[in-house]
Write a protein that binds this ligand. Sequence first.
Ligand code: FES
Length: 257
Amino acid sequence: MQREADFPALLERLRPECQRIIVQYEQKRSALLPIMHLFQGYEGYCSADAMNAAAEMLDLTPAEVESTVSFYTLLYRRPVGKYMLQICRGLACSINGAEDMMAYFREKLDVGQLETTDDGVFSYEEVECLAACDRASCMQVNLDFVYSLTPQMVDDMLAAMRAGTYSTAPMAQIEAPGRTWAISQESDISRGKKSPGAVGVPLPNNAGGVGDRSGIIMLDHILARDVEFFTKTSERAVVDARQVVEVREEEGSHAGH
Ligand code: FES
């Protein structure tokens, strides 16, 4: 897709749809995410022009818009590949082979976390739980789910994407992407001074950092039984250590009767 000759032309084309979205909400600002998805659908990412236009339509500041856009891994502030490959590295997926799948993708595509291949076709990101833990290990391709990954599936998927026959459509790409779409804090575009993303995080085991192994580490703890889980979900709400003691004492006293 070619970039519109000028952004105002795209804005005028999409303005009626934006208005239709805005009137669905009690507060204008609630329309921010769907509007940014709309622009991203046409531009392939949330351009500074699009963020400024959304700010103006929703009576927000550009910094408010950018702070929201930068929060979500579903929105990109710089051009990305035609296929955004987001691999889950959560606990259930880690138990079910996500580490091997991530290594396979990295090797096959010669990319690292938050990187785009030189041909601009694939962007790669390891993300937190995608809420499909029952079908781990899983991923999203341009936000479409792919479940129970195997190396063969990865091979088939990449081949089909390269051949243009993959079931999920490629994203719009109005500009050639760079090696990464992460934004450094010093960058002009990062007016809100948001996090630079995971690139260059010095501690590899930092949650969200390069080579994040939090799922595997948690699994090690579980296997070593040096963490304890309560049986009922509601009991996880008891997080304060003092309260835990109180609850246990109470349980003990009940058990004694
Ligand atoms: S851990 Fe991967 S979907 Fe939940």
